[in-house]
Design a protein around this ligand. Structure first.
Ligand code: GDP
Ligand code: MG
Length: 614
C-alpha cells in the first residue's frame, strides 16, 4: 500500500516540476487523487493537517493566514531524521519545523505581497519522516463570509472559486472540516462538499473542537451519521487549543491527550477506536489506495497519450543527433544528399525553376545577339575606314583581304558580350535554385550553421563553373576568328553582284569593276559580304553557346555541386563537425525539455506498471 501512495507522490511531484498545476486540459495531476482540506476560516483545517502529519509547521493564527494553496506530500521513510523540502528551494533541507512555517509564510508573501491577497499558485512542500503515512494533502484558504479591512470586495468569491477549483475535480478527496461548536447545518465545508460531490463518495466529514462544545451538548448524532449522512464515517478530532499552542504542547503529547479524551469520554468512548487524527490518517490512506487502483488504467492511458504526443513533437523538430564523429559525419552527409536531391528536382523538373535556364537560351541570348551594332560596324563609311586603314599606303589590288579580316574580327568581338551575359544569367538562375533548395530542404531547417555552410560551398562551386563556362564561350568566339570558313567566300565569287543589281543608279558603269573599286558601292558590297558571313557564324554561336553553358555550368552543378564540400568535411575533426551541426539554441532547449518530459513520463509509466500487478 505504501509503495502505491509513494508512487503517486512521485508522479505528482514530477507533474509539478513540469509546471503542470492542473491548469488547462486534462493533466496527469488531475488524473491522480489528492486530499484537500476545506472549511470555514478558523475551523481547524491547518490544525487537522498538522495532526495528521504529526508535526507543527503550518502558519496559524486568527484571520486569513493560509493565502496560497499548500500542496503537502508526506513521504514515509524508514528511520533517519525528519526533514522537509520545498519545491521552490530544492536541496535545502529543513529539519527545524518552525523554519518551515516561516518559509511558508515568506513564500506566501513573495507571491501575494504582505497584503491579505490570495494566489492560486500552490506552494509545494514535501515532508520525509518515519512518523507519517504516505499522503498528499492540500491546505486551502478558509471560506469566509465578508471581506475584512484591506481585502478586495471580491475576496469571498475569489476564495470560494479557488477552493472549488481544487475540490470539484473528481479525483479530489475532500476533508470537510466543521467545528463541533457550530451547528452542522451552518457548515461551509459540508455545503461546498455537497455541491461538488453530491453522492458523498469522496467526502470525509471531520468534526473538530469537540472539546469546545457547550456543556450538555453532544455531537454523537453527527458522528454516528444521523444529523448529516455521508458515505464515509464521520471522524471526530480534538486539536490543540490556542492555549496549548501558546504553551508549546508538542504533537505527540497532543495526540496522546486526544486519544485519552475519546477513551475517557462517556459519550464517545464506544467510538474511540474510530476517532482521532491517527485514525483519520489511516482511513485516508486506505481510501487512497482503493481509488488509485481504480484509476491505474486511465492514468496509464493518459501517460501513453502524452508519451505519443511528445514523441510526435520530437519527430517534428528532429531527434537529437549522436555526439560521436561518425554519427555527425553521417548526419551531415545525409543533409547534403537531401539538399542535393531537392536541387536536382529543380533542374530536372518536378520542382519549378529549371525552365528559366531554357528561357535564357531561347529569349535572352537571341535577343542580345539581335541587338549587336553590326549594321553600324558594317556601314559603307565604316567599312571604307577599316579597309583603307588596313590597306595602308598600298591600296588593295583585287579584294581587300586584310580589310575583310579586320571587319570580321571586329564583328566577332561583339559576340563576347552576349556570350558572357548568357553565362551570367544562367549563373544567377542556378544560384537562385540553390537558395530555394536550401529553404525547401526540411531536414536542414534545424541546422542553420550547416545550412549556411552548404550555401557557401554551393555558391563557390557555381562560381567556379561560371568561370570555366566563361572561358569556354569566349574560346568559341575566338575560334571563329582564328580560322574563317573559306567555302563561304569561294561561293561569293561565283555569285552575281546583288548589290549592283539592287542599286543600278548608283553604279553607272557596271561593266567596269576596276573603276568602282573605291566607290561606296564597293564598300557596301564588302559590308554585305562580311555581314553574310557574320550571320552564318551567329547561327552557329547561337546553338554552341548554350551547349557550352550547359556542359560547363548546368551539368556540373547537377553532377558535382558539393563534391569539393564532401572532400572538405571528410578531412574535418569531430569538433569541427559538431560546430557545423550547431542548432538554433531555442530549438535545442525545446528538444531538451521535451526529452526530459518524455523521460519523466516514461519512468512514471514504468513505476506504475511495476505496482499495478502487485
Ligand atoms: P484554520 O483557519 O481552519 O486553518 O484553523 P486553525 O487550524 O488555524 O485553527 C484555528 C484556531 O482554532 C487555533 O487557535 C486552534 O488552536 C483552534 N483549534 C482548532 N481545532 C481545535 C480543537 O479541536 N480544539 C480546540 N480547543 N481548539 C482548536
Ligand atoms: Mg489555515
Amino acid at each position: 500500500m505504501e509503495s502505491l501512495i509513494g508512487l503517486v507522490n512521485k508522479i505528482q511531484r514530477a507533474c509539478t516540476v513540469l509546471g503542470d498545476h492542473g491548469g488547462e486540459g486534462m493533466s496527469l495531476w488531475e488524473a491522480l487523487p489528492s486530499v484537500a482540506v476545506v472549511g470555514g476560516q478558523s475551523s481547524g483545517k491547518s490544525s487537522v493537517l498538522e495532526s495528521v502529519v504529526g508535526r507543527d509547521f503550518l502558519p496559524r493564527g486568527s484571520g486569513i493566514v493560509t493565502r496560497r494553496p499548500l500542496v503537502l506530500q508526506l513521504h514515509k521513510v524508514e528511520g533517519g531524521s525528519e526533514y522537509a523540502e520545498f519545491l521552490h528551494a530544492p536541496r535545502k533541507r529543513f529539519s527545524d519545523f518552525a523554519a518551515v512555517r516561516q518559509e511558508i509564510s515568506d513564500e506566501t508573501d513573495r507571491v501575494t505581497g504582505k497584503s491579505k491577497q490570495i494566489s492560486n499558485h500552490p506552494i509545494q512542500l514535501s515532508i520525509y519522516s518515519p512518523n507519517v503515512v504516505n499522503l498528499t494533502l492540500i491546505d486551502l484558504p478558509g471560506l469566509t463570509k465578508v471581506a475584512v479591512e484591506g481585502q478586495p470586495e471580491t475576496i469571498v468569491q475569489d476564495i470560494e472559486h479557488m477552493v472549488r477549483s481544487y475540490v470539484e475535480k473528481p479525483n479530489c478527496i475532500i476533508l470537510a472540516i466543521s467545528p463541533a461548536n457550530q451547528d452542522i447545518a451552518t457548515s461551509d465545508a459540508i455545503k461546498l462538499a455537497r455541491e461538488v460531490d453530491p453522492s458523498g463518495e469522496r467526502t470525509f466529514g471531520v468534526l473538530t473542537k469537540l472539546d469546545l462544545m457547550d456543556k450538555g451538548t453532544s455531537a454523537i448524532d453527527v458522528l454516528e451519521g444521523r444529523s448529516y449522512r455521508l458515505q464515509h464515517p464521520w471522524v471526530g478530532i480534538v486539536n490543540r487549543s490556542q492555549a496549548d499552542i501558546n504553551k508549546n504542547v508538542d504533537m505527540i503529547a497532543a495526540r496522546r491527550k486526544e486519544q485519552e479524551y475519546f477513551e475517557s469520554s462517556p459519550e464517545y468512548g464506544h467510538l474511540a477506536h474510530k476517532m482521532g487524527s491517527e485514525y483519520l490518517a489511516k482511513l485516508l490512506s486506505e481510501h487512497l489506495e482503493i481509488v488509485i487502483r481504480q484509476r491505474i488504467p486511465s492514468i496509464i492511458a493518459l501517460i501513453n497519450k502524452t508519451i505519443d504526443e511528445l514523441n510526435a513533437e520530437l519527430d517534428r523538430i528532429g531527434r537529437p543527433i549522436g555526439t560521436d564523429g561518425g554519427a555527425q559525419l553521417y548526419t551531415i552527409l545525409d543533409m547534403c544528399r537531401a539538399f542535393d536531391r531537392v536541387f536536382r528536382e529543380h533542374l530536372d523538373g518536378g520542382r519549378a525553376g529549371g525552365h528559366k535556364i531554357y528561357g535564357v537560351f531561347d529569349h535572352q541570348l537571341p535577343a542580345a545577339l539581335k541587338k549587336l551594332p553590326l549594321d553600324r560596324h558594317l556601314s559603307p563609311s565604316n567599312v571604307k575606314r577599316v579597309v583603307t586603314e588596313a590597306d595602308g599606303y598600298q591600296p588593295h589590288l583585287i579584294a581587300p583581304e586584310q580589310g575583310y579580316r579586320r571587319l570580321i574580327d571586329g564583328s566577332l568581338g561583339y559576340f563576347k558580350g552576349p556570350a558572357e551575359a548568357c553565362v551570367d544569367a544562367v549563373h544567377i538562375v542556378l544560384k537562385e535554385l540553390v537558395r530555394k533548395s536550401l529553404i525547401e530542404t526540411q531536414e536542414l531547417k534545424r541546422f542553420p550553421t550547416l545550412q549556411s555552410d552548404i550555401a557557401a560551398a554551393s555558391n563557390e562551386a557555381l562560381e567556379k563553373f561560371r568561370d570555366e563556362s566563361r572561358k569556354t564561350v569566349i574560346r568559341l568566339v575566338d575560334q571563329e576568328s582564328s580560322y574563317l570558313t573559306v567555302e563561304f567566300f569561294r561561293k561569293l565569287q561565283n555569285e552575281p553582284d546583288k548589290t549592283q543589281e539592287k542599286n543600278p543608279d548608283k553604279n553607272p558603269n557596271p561593266q567596269a569593276p576596276n573603276a568602282e573599286r573605291y566607290t561606296e558601292v564597293h564598300f557596301r558590297r564588302i559590308g554585305s559580304n562580311v555581314s553574310g558571313y557574320i550571320n552564318m557564324v551567329c547561327e552557329t554561336l547561337r546553338s554552341s553557346i548554350p551547349k557550352a553553358v550547359v556542359h560547363c555550368q548546368v551539368r556540373e552543378a547537377r553532377r558535382s555541386l558539393l563534391n569539393h564540400f564532401y572532400a572538405q568535411i571528410g578531412r574535418k575533426e569531430k569538433e569541427q563537425l559538431g560546430k557545423m551541426l550547431d542548432e538554433d539554441p531555442s530549438l535545442m532547449e525545446k528538444r531538451e525539455t521535451l526529452a526530459k518530459r518524455l523521460e519523466l513520463y516514461k519512468s512514471a509509466r514504468d513505476d506504475i506498471d511495476a505496482v499495478a500487478w502487485k
